[in-house]
Each structure stands twice: as C-alpha cells, then as structure tokens.
Design a protein around this ligand. Structure first.
Ligand code: HEC
Length: 150
C-alpha cells in the first residue's frame, strides 16, 4: 500500500516537474527502468532511450533504426532523428504522423511504442523488451509540451 502511494507520487512528479524532486525513498530508476537519468528533452530521449542499451545489451532502437537502417521504414533515430520524427509522415500507415507536437495520443510513435490496436506492423521495439511506464511518460510529456528540439 505504502509502495503504491509512493509510486503514484513519483509519476506525478515526473509529469509536473520532470524529475526535479524526488522526496521519496523509492529509487527513481524503478519508474524509468534502465534509464534513471532520463530527462524531458529530445537529446536525453535520444541518448537515454533510443541509443541506450536495453536489458539484452543492444541499443534499444538504434540497433535497427540507424543511419544505415533504411529498411526499417526509413526511420533513422541517429543523425536526423528529430527531422525523421517531428511532423514526419509515417511510412506504414497513410495519414499518420510520427510525432504531432502537442498531441501524444495521436502520434504514431506513441501508438507503436504502446502497441495500440490501430497500428500496422508490430509493437516497438520489435521483439521487446518494451519501454517502461516511466520512459513512455517522458516521451509523451516531451510531445505534449510541443516536441522541442532541445
Ligand atoms: C529489432 C529491430 C527493431 C528495433 C530494436 C526497433 N525497431 Fe522500430 N521498426 C522495425 C521494423 C522492422 C519496422 C517496420 C515494421 C513494423 O512497423 O512493424 C519498424 C517500424 C517502426 C516505426 C514505424 C515507422 C513508420 O513510419 O511506419 C516506429 C515509429 C518505430 N519503429 C519506432 C521504434 C522505436 C522508438 C524503437 C526503440 C524504442 C524501435 N522502433 C526499435 C525494427 C525495429
């Protein structure tokens, strides 16, 4: 019960203050999973999620979505990651946009990462392990505040 309340508090902290305060004895990395230094900026999302090693030891996204990975629906999350995501049309589903600033729910990136029923293809990362609740909250938050290139 106490643990639960603590976890809820931590999630609220992430949404409001983006990790600025942790007045709780539960480690922050139990919320963000393998990326405890994750911050609500694009550079942190790129470094601490896309290119960070997951529990299997491979870079979570860039092991496939690299500059050389045009076969993965033309989505490189390395050099031009921002341009390839924000206001960029999805390859797979016509009419869908990968990241719509201010609208996480309709952003195809979020739909793929959450494995929503409307997606084409499979949930990302392909084959898992999937992102933690905290990692998803940070990406959703970054989109909600306008998906800045920071
Ligand atoms: C093991 C390889 C692999 C990994 C790892 C992987 N992907 Fe993918 N990704 C693919 C393939 C293959 C497709 C195309 C087929 C599909 O969507 O199911 C794809 C498609 C996508 C699409 C849809 C692009 C479009 O415009 O249609 C998005 C968004 C995406 N991946 C994001 C990610 C993110 C973010 C990560 C990391 C959290 C990730 N992927 C990890 C292989 C991978």
């Amino acid at each position: 019960m106490k643990r639960h309340a603590c976890r809820g508090f931590l999630l609220a902290v992430i949404l409001v203050a983006a990790f600025s305060t942790v007045a709780c004895d539960e480690a922050l990395n139990s919320v963000t999973g393998p990326t405890p230094n994750l911050d609500v900026t694009f550079s942190s999302i790129q470094r601490d999620i896309f290119a960070a090693r997951d529990s299997t030891g491979r870079p979570a996204c860039t092991s496939c979505h690299s500059d050389a990975g045009a076969r993965f629906n033309g989505l490189s999350l390395q050099t031009n990651a921002y341009e390839n995501l924000v206001n960029a049309a999805a390859r797979q589903r016509s009419g869908a946009t990968r990241v719509i600033p201010g609208d996480p729910g309709n952003s195809y990136l979020i739909q793929k990462l959450e494995g929503r029923s409307g997606i084409t293809g499979v949930r990302m990362p392909l084959g898992g392990p999937y992102l933690s609740e905290g990692q998803l909250l940070v990406i959703r938050r970054w989109i909600a505040i306008g998906a800045p290139n920071n």
